[in-house]
Ligand binder design. Structure first.
Ligand SMILES: *Cc1c(COP(=O)(O)O)cnc(C)c1O
Length: 375
């Protein structure tokens, strides 16, 4: 019986990119040009992206993770340094310092915004701290003025925050610190895989452009490599898709904001259920995911299974980084170190969320969640 129902009613997926004729045409045009790499779409995408954010430079890279690595190198993070960051993030932000044999030092998060708490971060700074790495989690702007007041180099993980705006009107990623975006298929803008580092500093732009391309000299002299580098390049097909996605970015962001407002209305009044914090003090979220905190005492795994039986995909999002096996075993982290993060991480569930999520799908998800929670 239930199998029949599942076969007739399509599951509501967690994420679904908006892709259409413009992206298809852009890909075909690159294929026909025969210039698949190091071609004109790379600087075109970089310039359009930088202009959109109101920042001087942007460097296209192969992923958000690659961008974090290069941005930390450009910020001067070296072997033995400490980088203060959030334990409530995707593991890439904590892993990136380790690529340079620096150590991620976690500090607890703010219970409202779920971003790194500036006071906790300040308390975690030592004389070995060479950078701060705040994460604009779930697209909500981190308190950059408070981090800037600490006087340390900053790299921003803006991978979830395209479209977010600070209270002073600057775009998240537009304040001049190396700021990293990711273009995986569930992000606000996708190139399949890919990323971008924005910066106001021409020297940072030059260093990242070189290091993403094996350390090749900026003047592109025939195979002169004047420093250590990587292959973190983004190809022309990806950049062409990115340009098409930038053209529709406002529509896609508006679609996500509409879906969020729909969820807020449909989920109102469920006792004990935590919803994403509304915008406050002039900061504006760039909607990325819709993550709810289940009422205390709810069995999360059972909730996720029950939602799936009702045709709704969901997942625990995000787990605390310091409690992941690698971090426990390598650094001896354990429960109790970051109580706010641990409480939030244990109750968080991401619901289906994408620009074209329909009113009907929102209703279905909300009805399923109400039923499963017994409210
Ligand atoms: C998506 C994401 C990244 C980067 O991911 P890639 O898959 O390497 O592009 C980094 N940090 C956060 C917080 C993310 O959500």
């Amino acid at each position: 019986m239930s199998l029949d129902v599942a076969a007739h009613e399509e599951e509501v997926p967690l994420a679904r990119p908006v892709l259409g004729a413009a992206e298809e045409a852009a890909v075909i045009e690159v294929l026909r040009s025969r210039q698949l790499s190091l071609g004109p779409r790379v600087p075109a995408f970089e310039q359009a992206f930088a202009a959109r954010l109101g920042v001087a430079h942007a460097c296209a890279v192969s992923s958000g993770t690659a961008g974090l690595h290069l941005a930390l190198r450009a910020a001067g993070v070296r072997d033995g340094d400490e980088v203060v960051t959030s334990p409530f993030s995707f593991p890439a932000s904590a892993n990136a310092p380790l690529f340079e044999r620096a150590r991620p030092v976690f500090a607890d998060i703010d219970p409202r915004t779920l971003n790194l708490d500036p006071a906790a971060a300040a308390a975690a700074v030592t004389d070995r701290t060479s950078a701060l790495l705040p994460v604009h989690i779930f697209g909500y702007p981190a308190d950059m003025p408070a981090f800037e007041a600490l006087g340390l180099p900053i790299v921003e993980d803006a991978c979830e925050a395209l479209g977010a705006v600070h209270a002073d009107g600057t775009a998240v990623g537009g304040r001049g610190h190396p700021s990293v975006f990711g273009f995986y298929a569930n992000k606000q803008l996708t190139t399949g895989e890919g990323g971008m580092v924005t910066t106001s500093d021409a020297a940072v732009k030059a260093q990242i452009d070189s290091e993403r391309n094996q350390g090749r000299a900026a003047n592109m002299q025939w195979l002169d490599f004047d420093r250590l580098g990587f292959n973190y390049r983004l190809g022309d097909i990806a950049c062409a898709i990115g340009l098409a996605q930038l053209d529709r970015l406002d529509d896609m962001l508006a679609g996500r904001a509409r879906a969020a407002a729909g969820y807020r209305a449909a989920l109102a009044g469920i006792e004990g259920l935590g919803l994403p914090c509304p915008d406050s003090g002039g900061d504006r979220r760039g909607w990325f995911v819709f993550v709810v905190q289940l009422p205390r005492g709810t069995d999360r795994d059972a909730t996720i299974r029950a939602l799936r039986e009702r045709g709704v995909q969901s997942k625990p999002y995000l787990p605390a980084i310091h409690l992941m096996t690698y971090y426990r075993e390598t650094f001896g982290h354990r429960e109790g170190e970051f109580p706010v993060c641990e409480d939030v991480a244990a109750r968080s569930v991401a619901l289906p969320f994408f620009p074209e999520l329909s009113e009907g799908q929102i209703e279905r998800v909300a009805a399923a969640l109400r039923e499963v929670l017994g409210r």
